[in-house]
Write a new protein. Sequence first.
Length: 123
Amino acid sequence: MRLKILIGFVLLIAVDTFVQFGFKLAGNNTLPVTLDLPWLERVLREPWVLAVIVGYGAAFAIYMTLIKHAPIGPAFAASHMEIVTITVISTWYFGDSITLVQALGCCAIVGGVLVLAATETGA
């Protein structure tokens, strides 16, 4: 059962990361934001917008399944690990920079999730 929960967490993190990556690409592909009909048409034709919607649905289904079987503390914390994964991906793919404080924050998030998972008694 623990292996299934671990696989679920990894899948949730992967889907959440994909959704955030898709948001960035959708945003880049629909610039400039003009809040008019042509811009709305660009948004509605953008394939990444559909990918994000489907991704959010998948993430919701995975999360609901996880909290049914896993302890809520680690499940909730792990559901926010995409902050770390998308930070790493954005530095590599988009050329974003990361400060030392941000890197320490990412380490704190990972450490917090690991501590919650290690100290959880029920499953």
